[in-house]
Design a binder for this molecule. Structure first.
Ligand code: ANZ
Ligand code: ZN
Length: 828
């Protein structure tokens, strides 16, 4: 029996697997026996992988290998999300072309992944910066353009002053640029937008097609889309200038439109608020008596992010607009109008009807500025009413209307309906729906991204590039420096910018902005299905065979970014009949972080990064794999611990030693019954736990089995083989080596997952008698092998037993394995 030499074994099998094309998969056979396991593909940064990155990759690899052993055609591939800022910043700093640094980083990543023994079909490798790939990113965009989903806008958007580019809401984290942490500004900028909001309802409704997604993840998507139903109400503006003022009091025909989720509280509106950016301020500039004061307020709030503006803990500020008033359409009441930045420009109409009786923010503001507060809704049931009066909290829930002439006594739901009908009939409002989701700001004023395939022609306007002219290749530039003015570096390349209008043949200019990094990652999982297709994004046959992704694994931070975009892009392709499923990802699991040994995030900054290459060199890839799966529940953040890694290594050494116990000579040798029972239980449990992503219990069950086998003098070859097969997804190299040593010619991954013998694992529950002071009080059903502590705990949980134990002290608990437990009580 040989010493466990991981270096030799791992290198050897990785080469054989690659040479024999073990993981190359074809779209042949029964498509009901296909499995598509997908990792979120990485952005290959200059610093390479740390041990946290492969956790998800190892998990999908265990799953992929398990499915392979169960006779599935498994699609498991890897690629590179390689456009993006860091490569471009390198180019600026070190004068290295982004394509060069990207290629170098990819090579490093690939090597780092290869030594982990991941079962990728590398013939399907993709790279978002490859023109043969981004041709199809551009193609899909062009189809969106043709369908009217693309438009140009000059609205203010998020602008990162440090990255010098416009950003979508999805690029922000707490109001800061997700890339560099700078607080974003609002800046009016010409930009290309995609009408993702046209798909908002489907993105929401189709979550119901995803029973295998965790509820919490679906909830996050729901909140991000943020659908609110209510009404738009139109308030007439009137001049409010007394006669002695020098201004002519001619009538104003301006209107103020608000969005409210509670039209039933219209009678409770005591003032109005508009956001500092509201156009009414421009429109009525000459009517406003304190315009200078308002300009000053505008300047101050410009410096605040949306987050600061809406922070509930911060004091609300505002300025009353002098010289105009609003008229409540329902009762003609004249209301003061404030400019206040707790009302946001980017939501609804940027204006509200304030109802301080029932909205907390409004109440806080009303108290500060001594505005009337009027209660127009009360709780329906008297209990709730009492409680509410006691707590003195703002009643923001549904109840019934009071102090509201037209709707008094009606429930909130009925009152809403009635008010909306009234608004409609009187042409002062209409039911309305709002989403938090905004249209997708799709242009970046940067170099290293896909060129947007649009052409601007003075005569024809914005025109799509001809499909036959795709890909529009990214040209070389001399300077990558973003201008900062909102023009991309591409705009300096005259002979690239100048082109011919595909429509009229006249001279025209190319769009010089590039796509966001999210573009290429929105559909890459489709390209793995058919990576070399020159004629289609993906062929219908191949898509039919592989779709959908059966299990997608990746970081939780992408749930409201990449996963929103990818679902949108997919639905668009579904409408084009390019894909056959409504949803791309059947199941999704989030990976918990691996923290550094000091409990912090691994980061160069804190010098606490652990490099997987060194771990693999010293302990082996199999040990790293086993350890990362054993650390704890898959979706939780857990700190790295080298002792744990040593434990994983020792466990593998034990398996290696077991091969010395295999009885080869005597074919009549049979394992003891308890060994077989444990083996079959473990086969069953591991199969179930892998699919459920309970990898820590996969490892612990294997450990129990290996300990049991180590106690035996001899074990049968069959049992050893079964052990190796069920351990092979976790420790593929060692399993393959020992399998081969047993005389098997073919790879272990061509073997079949063993079927457990159901007969062997029944009857493992027994009845346990529970006594108190020797008297029978209950019998409970437990596992045959239950231990002392568990038996005691279960017995005490029984109702029949616990009532006897109440108020008593147990002096002793006697446990007779397989038969009874007796609690002896202290005499009182
Ligand atoms: C009157 C009212 C009465 C409101 C009441 C609420 C409760 P969601 O659910 O997030 O859609 N609102 C509308 N536009 C806003 C903006 N641009 N900035 C800040 N707040 C805005 O919230 C919709 C509610 O938030 C709207 O309904 C409006 O206040 C406020 F008892 O109108 B409500
Ligand atoms: Zn930035």
């Amino acid at each position: 029996m040989e010493k466990y030499n991981h270096k030799e074994i791992e290198k050897k099998w990785q080469k054989i697997w690659e040479d024999t094309g073990l993981y190359h998969v074809q779209e042949t056979g029964d498509s009901s026996k296909k499995y598509y396991a997908l990792d979120m593909f990485p952005y290959p940064s200059g610093s390479g992988l740390h041990v946290g990155h492969p956790k998800g990759y190892i998990a999908t690899d265990v799953l992929a290998r398990y499915k392979l052993l169960n006779g599935f055609s498994v699609l498991h591939a890897m690629g590179w999300d390689a456009f993006g800022l860091p490569a471009e910043n390198d180019a600026i700093k070190k004068k290295i072309h982004p394509s060069e640094s990207t290629a170098k980083n990819i090579a490093t990543y690939k090597k780092q992944l290869e030594i982990l023994g991941l079962s990728y079909d590398w013939s399907r490798e993709i790279n978002t910066t490859d023109p043969q790939y981004y041709k199809w990113t551009q193609w899909a965009f062009l189809q969106m353009f043709k369908k009217g989903l693309v438009y140009e806008s000059h609205e203010p958007i998020n602008w990162c002053p440090s990255c010098k580019t416009g950003l979508a809401n999805e690029d922000l984290e707490d109001g800061k640029c997700e890339r560099c942490g700078t607080i974003v500004e609002r800046k009016p900028l010409r930009q290309i937008m995609i009408r993702i909001t046209d798909y908002a309802d489907r993105l929401l409704d189709d979550l119901s097609l995803l029973p295998e997604w965790e509820d919490s993840i679906k909830e996050m998507q729901k909140n991000w889309i943020g659908k609110s139903e209510g009404a738009e109400v139109i308030f007439q503006i009137k001049s409010d200038v007394s006669d002695d003022e020098q201004i002519v009091n001619n009538p104003i025909d301006s209107k103020l439109e608000v969005f409210t989720t509670r039209p039933d509280t219209l009678y409770g509106c005591t003032y109005m608020v508009i956001c500092p950016e509201h156009e009414l301020l421009v429109e009525l500039k000459d009517r406003i008596l304190n315009f200078a004061e308002i300009v000053e307020y505008q300047e101050n709030s410009k410096k605040k992010s949306d987050l600061e503006r809406t922070d509930l803990n911060k004091d609300k500020t505002g300025v009353e607009i002098k010289g105009i008033k609003a008229i409540n359409p329902i009762n003609q009441e004249e209301l003061p109008i404030f400019v206040a930045d707790y009302v946001l420009a980017g939501y609804g109409t940027g204006a509200i009807m304030a109802v301080p009786g029932h909205d907390e923010r409004d109440q806080e503001f009303a108290k500060k500025y001594e505005l009337p507060i009027r209660q127009v809704v009360v709780p329906t049931n008297s209990n709730q009413l009492e409680q509410q009066q006691l707590s003195q909290q703002v009643f923001a829930e549904y109840g019934k209307a009071i102090n509201s002439e037209m709707i008094n006594g009606l429930s909130t739901a009925e009152a809403k309906k009635k008010i909306i009908v009234w608004l409609r009939e009187n042409h002062v409002g209409e039911s309305a729906v709002n989403y938090k989701l905004r249209d997708w700001v799709f242009s970046r004023q940067r170099y290293w991204g896909e060129p947007i395939p649009l052409i601007h022609c003075e005569k024809c306007g914005m025109v799509g590039v001809k499909e036959t002219d795709l890909p529009v290749k990214l040209p070389d530039v001399k300077s990558y420096e973003p201008s900062g003015t909102g023009e991309s570096p591409l705009s300096t390349i005259d002979d690239w910018v100048k082109t011919v209008c595909p429509q009229c043949g006249g001279s025209a200019k190319r769009e010089t902005n590039t796509m966001p990094q999210w573009a290429g990652s929105s559909w890459y999982y489709l390209r793995y299905m058919d990576p070399h297709n020159e004629h289609e994004l993906v062929s219908k046959d191949k898509e039919k065979f592989w779709a959908p992704v059966d299990h997608y694994v990746g970081g939780a931070e992408h749930v409201t970014r990449h996963m929103i975009y990818a679902r949108f892009w997919h639905k668009f392709l579904y409408d084009l009949k390019v894909v056959s499923t409504k949803e791309p990802f059947q199941k999704y699991s989030k990976v918990g972080l691996i923290l550094a040994e000091d409990g912090r995030k691994m980061s160069k900054r804190w010098n606490n990064v652990i490099n997987p290459d060194e771990i693999v060199e010293k302990y082996g890839a199999d040990a790293l794999r086993v350890y990362e799966m054993f650390m704890g529940p898959f979706d939780q953040a857990i700190a790295w611990n080298t002792n744990g890694l040593v434990g994983a290594r020792k466990f593998l050494e034990k398996i290696n030693l077991l091969s010395g116990k295999v009885n080869n000579g005597d074919n009549n040798f049979v394992d003891q019954k308890d060994v077989l029972i444990l083996l079959h239980k473990t086969i069953k449990k591991i199969g179930e736990d892998i699919v459920d992503f309970k990898f820590n219990t996969v490892v612990s069950s294997l450990m129990i089995l290996v300990n049991k086998l180590s106690e035996q003098e001899l074990i049968s070859k069959k049992t050893m083989e079964n052990l190796l097969i069920i351990a092979s997804p976790l420790a593929p190299h060692l399993a393959e080596e020992l399998w081969n040593n047993l005389g098997n010619q073919e790879s272990i991954f061509k073997a079949s997952w063993p079927e457990y013998d159901a007969k062997l694992i029944v009857d493992e529950r027994i009845k346990l008698v529970v006594q108190i002071n020797g008297k029978l009080r209950d019998t409970i059903e437990v596992d045959t092998n239950i231990n002392d502590a568990d038996a005691k705990k279960l017995a005490m949980e029984s109702d029949k037993v616990s009532k006897w134990l109440e108020g008593q002290e147990i002096s002793q608990a006697v446990f007779v394995k397989g038969r009874l437990i007796n609690f002896v009580l202290k005499n009182k």
